[in-house]
Ligand binder design. Structure first.
Ligand code: ASP
Ligand code: MG
Length: 319
């Protein structure tokens, strides 16, 4: 996405541009994507759960090769410390264990990315994930759910929004399913540490990449050293749009990983207690970056173009 990135950032943050023909076409594409995705999930029997934004516990985003957090926000309310939501992963794990066994959440996340990331064209400090979690699910179940959401939303956008796509000068072709699955180690062998950019540039269809060492909650096979987790990489340099995994559910193993990562076990006491009591169900799930997906369909120069109120790292607009 280099070259696409820095163009017109000032214009983007001025309120006057929020109603331009191009931006209006993007909001229309976004509306259609949300309509199709939520409808498909409801048809498949998923519960629709509303998000929370303040909590004692959130995603540590650590260790994560993809994360670059400048600031973690903590506030005091009612005499208690709470954090702003980085992702609802811990909430999803608890809910899928004690409540509905499959659900989705349109979950706003605040991630104060380092300011350099303003120029990548891909990062925002506020964005929304379409989160899904499925009790006793496997990675492949999650692959099929998101492949369907992606294919159907592209199909509907292409069929119903011709004038908007014309205004954008863009039309994404309907991807072939199932998407190919690559191992992260293979891609590192071919592209080195910049495998995400490499595979994104070289493929014309979205691809799954599995086995990415990161946060404790993703399942790690201790015998093979492989992680049962994944990213979905979009073509044309748009890059990562989904992260997800099968999850850890065993007390001893989670505790060991939390300590290995240098995290404070007190922060995860609830999920650890449930695991100890055998109440934490195995599950699989993921989250799709809604703005990134819409930006891909629209051929946006910067992912913030699809936001009426752009949240570009390093900038604080009037609204
Ligand atoms: N949404 C992701 C998951 O379900 C976590 C993340 O936000 O990266 O695994
Ligand atoms: Mg993540």
């Amino acid at each position: 996405m280099s070259g696409r990135s820095i163009v017109g950032l000032e214009e983007l943050v001025s309120v006057e541009s929020m109603g331009s023909r191009r931006r209006m076409a993007m909001y229309r594409v976004g509306t259609e994507v949300l309509r199709v995705m939520t409808n498909r999930l409801l048809e498949k029997g998923f519960y629709w759960i509303l998000p929370v934004m303040l909590s004692r516990v959130t995603d540590p985003l650590w260790p994560d090769p993809g994360a670059s957090i400048e600031k973690r926000i903590e506030l005091e309310i009612y005499g208690e410390r709470v954090k702003t939501m980085q992702s609802m992963i811990i909430h999803k794990r608890v809910l899928v264990s004690l409540g509905p066994e499959k659900f989705f959440i349109l979950s706003p996340n605040i991630r104060i990315e380092k300011r350099e990331r303003g120029a990548t064209g891909k990062h925002l400090y506020e964005f929304t994930q379409l989160e899904v979690e499925i009790a006793y699910g496997r990675m492949e179940d999650v692959f099929r759910v998101y492949e369907d959401l992606i294919v159907e939303s592209i199909r509907e956008v292409n069929a119903r929004l011709r004038p908007e796509l014309e205004a954008l000068g863009r039309q994404v072709k309907i991807p072939e399913t199932p998407f190919k699955v690559y191992k992260r180690r293979e891609l590192e062998g071919k592209y080195g540490s910049k495998w995400e950019e490499g595979i994104s540039r070289d493929s014309s269809n979205p691809v799954w990449v599995v086995d990415i060492p990161r946060e404790f909650y993703d399942y790690e096979d201790e015998e093979t050293g492989e992680w049962r987790n994944f990213d979905l990489i979009l073509p044309e340099g748009f890059g990562e749009v989904i992260s997800g995994a099968e999850r850890e559910y065993e007390y001893e193993k989670m505790l060991r990983k939390i300590e290995r990562d240098g995290l404070r076990r007190e922060d995860y006491s609830l999920i650890l207690r449930l695991a100890k009591e055998g109440k934490l169900k195995p599950s699989a799930g993921a989250g799709l970056g809604i703005e990134r997906f819409i930006a891909y369909l629209c051929g946006a120069k910067h992912v913030a173009e699809v936001q009426p109120f752009p949240r570009i790292p390093g900038t604080v607009p009037p609204l």
